[in-house]
Design a protein around this ligand. Structure first.
Ligand SMILES: NC(=O)c1ccc[n+]([C@@H]2O[C@H](COP(=O)([O-])OP(=O)(O)OC[C@H]3O[C@@H](n4cnc5c(N)ncnc54)[C@H](OP(=O)(O)O)[C@@H]3O)[C@@H](O)[C@H]2O)c1
Length: 397
């Protein structure tokens, strides 16, 4: 079983948050501030939002605050002048921050940019709260092997995978029949392809149930998010790709389910608030309090379910194909998607061009297995080049 258990850690737990200024990062900090005696902060990192990072650092008093973008260094340094908090900048500085001795790391950078720093946390044998699903999509085999060999512990923070982790009986892994990932269906669940052709970034980021960063919100709208989650689940849990099913559940109350060979289905439920799965990862192996609204079953009304539509949401098919193809395909899928989503958010291409760009990338993905992080980085770079070229052609009309 890939998800190794580890001996409970002494209090207070030392924490590092990679991507502290993002949606998951801010939710993590909200929980930390509600449980102040439990935690001691080692490092906080962001990309370029120096002022938000400095403000968090002054409240949480880490020993180090880092921006990945060197251009943001001056602003961070000035904002933390006289605070006694060390500051640094650049992608390597983020990796170095994740390498500082700590007990627990929240991996909440968006995209494959979070790969090396998340791995640095793994390499020091820390407990990793994993939100950054792109890491597992690009480099799942390498990442899980590192977890095993370094004695690190991976606790999923993605709500679906947290749900599965909570109801999956690790002692009976061979008694699992299937994993059922629930999906809200996103803001365009009931849209025709014609309607999707005209949607704006503003409509795409307005998720009906969850408040998230821009990239994952667009991924939810194309349903690529669920495709990435299928690949993530395949690496995290002892099931084949065929044993992972998707069901549309528009209310986002059931966060996912595990079915066993006796027909029992175990589910984890809760209101759609990321602070519940993050609290599970943050407190593990204990549960800590989270302020998420409680379910009121008497006023909940109906919980409904639908089959996913692979025609209207081709990203679901593409992710399955990438998982089946293996080799560099998942890394190409991810990189192509990151470029395409960026192009859509920048209003260079229409919504429906996103899966088109991803498909172009996938067609060129080499079949050989990625053996090292360098292989993953090269695949990522090449796929970005292909996707950028296709995006340029589409943008030029
Ligand atoms: N949001 C959710 O509810 C949710 C749920 C499940 C899973 N996830 C996953 O969690 C991850 C984070 O999502 P999010 O919604 O929190 O994203 P987000 O709001 O966009 O935040 C991303 C964070 O990463 C930092 N960052 C961006 N690019 C970076 C780079 N090149 N190098 C270093 N840091 C960088 C950002 O810094 P700046 O602020 O300076 O830009 C920010 O702190 C994603 O993988 C997502 O799929 C999110």
């Amino acid at each position: 079983m890939a998800l190794a258990a580890k001996i409970p850690q002494p209090q207070p737990r030392r924490l590092t948050i990679l991507g502290s200024t993002g949606s998951v990062g801010c939710n993590t900090i909200d929980l930390i501030e509600r449980n102040p005696n439990r935690y001691e902060i080692v490092a906080l990192t962001a990309n370029r939002n120096a002022l938000a990072l400095a403000e968090q650092a002054r409240r949480l008093r880490p020993s180090l605050a880092v921006v990945a973008d060197p251009d943001a260094y001056g602003a961070l340094k000035e904002a933390l002048e006289g605070s006694g908090i060390e500051v640094a900048a650049g992608p390597q500085a983020v990796i170095d921050a994740a390498s500082r001795p700590t007990d627990w790391v929240m991996a909440a950078i968006v995209g494959s940019a979070g790969l090396e720093s998340t791995l640095a946390g793994v390499r020091q044998g820390a407990v990793i709260g994993l939100a950054n699903k792109e890491t597992l999509v690009c480099a799942g085999d390498i990442f899980m092997a590192e977890i095993e060999s370094r004695g690190a512990t991976l606790i999923p923070a993605d709500s679906e995978h947290s749900a599965i982790y909570q109801v999956l009986d690790q002692r009976q892994a061979d008694r699992i029949e299937r994993i059922i990932l629930t999906a809200s269906g996103g803001p365009f669940r009931a849209f025709s392809r014609d309607q999707m052709a005209a949607v704006t970034p503003q409509q795409a980021v307005a998720h009906p149930n969850w408040d998230m960063g821009a990239k994952i919100s667009v991924d939810s709208a194309t349903m690529m998010n669920k495709g990435l989650e299928v690949i993530e689940a395949h690496h995290l849990f002892p099931v084949t790709a065929e044993q992972i099913e998707i069901v549309i559940h528009p209310q986002s109350i059931i966060h996912s389910m595990v079915e066993y060979v006796d027909g029992s289905v175990l589910a984890q439920l809760g209101t759609p608030d990321m602070r519940t799965p993050i609290a599970y990862a943050l407190g593990w192996p204990e549960r800590i309090e989270a302020p998420s609204a409680r379910l009121d079953f008497q006023s909940l009304g109906a919980l409904t379910f639908e089959a996913p539509d692979f025609e209207r949401f081709p990203a679901l098919r593409l992710a399955r194909e990438a998982l089946d193809a293996g080799g560099a395909a998942p890394a190409y899928l991810n990189a192509g998607n990151e470029i395409a989503v960026g192009g859509f958010l920048d209003r260079k291409i229409p919504f429906l061009a996103i899966p088109e760009i991803v498909e172009t990338c996938l067609e060129s993905a080499p079949g050989a297995a990625l053996e090292s992080i360098e292989d993953v980085r090269n695949a990522d770079t090449e796929a970005r080049r292909l996707a950028t070229a296709r995006l340029g052609a589409l943008a030029a009309g």
